[in-house]
Design a protein around this ligand. Structure first.
Ligand SMILES: NC(=O)c1ccc[n+]([C@@H]2O[C@H](COP(=O)([O-])OP(=O)(O)OC[C@H]3O[C@@H](n4cnc5c(N)ncnc54)[C@H](O)[C@@H]3O)[C@@H](O)[C@H]2O)c1
Length: 285
């Protein structure tokens, strides 16, 4: 159902890879709500061929960019302003990748070259994106910039690895840049902290299926889906949230405020055997 919340607005969606991607759902919802958009992803992601299908469906253009390249990002903003015919009203940063996670390096055995890449792709790209847009004065007054994050930025989640550090930095960038961009141009910058979601990036997290199940049992409203995340993004892009900025907003069915739930406790009671390593030592936590 459309409420015309984004009627006449122009947006850029970074990070739609396939139908499971959160950005894919956001792009669909944004157009449904009346926006015109451009899409962007890496040349490698474009070669996978899925994004063209979305672009055809939404009748929009795709602009390739590696989000770690300031030149590429600058080009995305310049081209988008031209294609869409004016300043940009909203931007979604839906980008994350950790080579350490991919290569199964544990947090106490990180490769630092890979850590640099994790931070650059998953967090510093957000700074680069906002800085490039601001230098071009490409964002309209009361524009809205949103990035997606995860609660492991603030509390430890086994297996999330160096992505936790990247997300902590991402959330900090939203606050720091949100202050400057808000003061100077009324532009909002926020992060949405989303439930575990079965996507390509999500499936890379160690024990994702169990984490997904645990979060679902712990959340009074259950996990939030990618489609529901898209709905929430739309509200932040809309004029209904013009004074919301510099926030990390939880979209997680209540998970982040729960200590222990009835459903999780019931499951826990079924197996109380201690978890031990191969030498018989009990592993706490
Ligand atoms: N899936 C989850 O459980 C979950 C939970 C909370 C937050 N998030 C966040 O949501 C965002 C979107 O992830 P998703 O779950 O939809 O997975 P996804 O794999 O569909 O999206 C990740 C995207 O990042 C892009 N990307 C990787 N390297 C890039 C680069 N150098 N330049 C530009 N783009 C690059 C990929 O091509 C892909 O489109 C990420 O920031 C992720 O951390 C995901």
């Amino acid at each position: 159902m459309s409420y015309d919340l984004l009627k006449g607005k122009r947006g850029i969606i970074f990070g739609a890879l396939n139908e499971q991607s959160i950005a894919w759902k956001v792009a669909e919802r944004a157009v449904e709500e009346g926006a015109t958009i451009t899409l962007s992803n890496t040349p490698m992601a474009l070669r996978m061929g899925e994004l063209d299908k979305l672009a055809d469906k939404l009748r929009c253009q795709v602009i390739p960019a590696d989000a770690t390249s300031v030149d590429d990002l600058t080009n995305v903003f310049q081209q988008s302003v031209e294609i869409l015919g004016g300043k940009i009203d909203f931007v979604l940063h839906s980008i994350g990748m950790s080579p350490n996670v991919r290569k199964k390096r544990t947090y106490d055995d990180l490769d630092y070259g890979m850590l640099d890449k994790t931070l650059d792709i998953s967090a510093i790209s957000f700074h680069k994106m906002i800085q490039a847009a601001k230098k071009l004065n490409a964002i309209a007054d009361y524009g809205s910039i949103v990035a997606l994050t995860y609660v492991a930025s603030q509390r430890t989640f086994y297996g999330y690895n160096d992505m936790a550090d990247a997300k902590a930095l991402l959330e900090s960038i939203a606050r720091s840049f949100g202050y400057i961009y808000g003061r100077e141009r009324n532009v909002r910058v926020n992060t949405i902290s989303q439930s575990p979601t079965m996507t390509t990036a999500g499936s890379g997290v160690k024990g994702m299926d169990k984490l997904f199940d645990f979060a679902d049992r712990m959340s009074p409203l259950g996990n939030a889906s990618a489609a529901e995340c898209a709905d929430y993004c739309i509200t932040l892009f809309s004029d209904l949230t013009r004074k919301v900025t510099m926030q990390n907003l939880f979209h997680d069915g209540g998970f982040s405020s729960v200590g222990m739930s009835l459903r999780a406790m019931a499951t826990y009671e079924k197996g109380l055997d201690e978890y031990m390593d191969e030498d018989g030592n009990v592993i706490y936590g």
